[in-house]
Design a binder for this molecule. Sequence first.
Ligand code: GLY
Ligand code: MN
Ligand code: MN
Length: 428
Amino acid sequence: MKKVSVNKSLFIKNRSKIFNNLKSNSLAIVTSNDELTRSGDQHFPFRQNSDLFYLTGLEQEKCILTFCPNHPEKNLREILFTIKPNDQLETWTGHKYTKEEVQQISGIKTVKWIDDFDMTLRDLALSSEHIYINLNEYIKYESPVFYRDQRVVKNLKEQFPLHQYHRLAPIITHSRLIKEKEEIDLLDQACDITNAAFHRVLKFVKPGTKEYEVEAEMTHEFMTKGARGHAYQAIVGSGKNALVLHYIENSDECKDGDLLLMDFGAEYGNYAADCSRTIPINGKFSDRQKVCYEAVLKVQKAAIKMFVPGNTIDKVNKTVFKLMEKELIKLGLLTQEEVDKQNPDQPLYTKYLMHGITHFIGLDVHDVGNKYEPFKKGMVLTCEPGLYIKEEGIGIRIENDIMVDDNPLDLMRNIPQEVEEIEKLMSK
Ligand code: GLY
Ligand code: MN
Ligand code: MN
């Protein structure tokens, strides 16, 4: 896997946005993700906690970042704790950061070994009134076990019950929502690599191709182009499998006459692309597939214009659902009379479109931010209308990543999506 180097100036800038928004006399703690055991002495692949990466650029487990902006000793105001390298670790898992490397990657001057954390923490906590802890506040997030920050909060509250505790997540979320130029460049690269994978797939797919072979083609293109791999489990669903929104088995054969829905994206420098494309397996859309596809594409083009400052996910959803309802009538799936009489709490379009149209994207594919957050320039979201007709075995989703601006910028504008373009590329 290629190591993508990001200039430390980004992490220094990101930290200053947090540091400057803490109350005076406070301590804030951000930790890396746990390494999780798969079985025996095997671990699941380690992925850095997105907030810790955002603030440091460090990819290693067992790191802790502390801010203590008013500490009397200047060199204790920002500290990074990390594992002390040793021969044993070096032999089994390879190189671990030296203090100098941590400084070079993150721009943090004070680096201590993790073994010194408990003692230093007492000093930091006793110099502070307020303690900020960084719990995961993504609305759908659930963890079956106590994750690291939950353990941190428990331990701290036992040791320092009289401090005032605060949520760090809203401050980091606020900052992560608006992407710096360097972050847009990384997202752009993730989208370009995703585009290369799509071109590869267009040349590859034909009746008889297996869904997992398509996934393998994507993986090959992602990794050789410098991505870590997939930003999330790719969905490669042919025929009726396209109707399963989170179909990740990718085990079936692509059949002549069916559509293939692919929801896939590269992760580059820890930034995710999230793309969906739907193609005819035999290289030519049938008349019915084509009108359905064109309906989704038309809605998507109208929806992209809504990614302007002041809008929200909630408003985009509501407007796009209405647009889709009109298309469903034109496609003969609903009638105007039925729509006029529908129960507003159970609108009829939900039979054919059962997911939201957009979510924030960045270091996480479903990035921080909620549906009421007003859009601002520099935020990036997906735009992903879909149409799922069970009776006809048709599942279509078209998904692009859009940067909010007065003229929204489609980061996936180069990834083919017009019917003629797809058919032409598949005929080569
Ligand atoms: N790839 C997951 C999604 O589109 O939300
Ligand atoms: Mn998405
Ligand atoms: Mn997607």
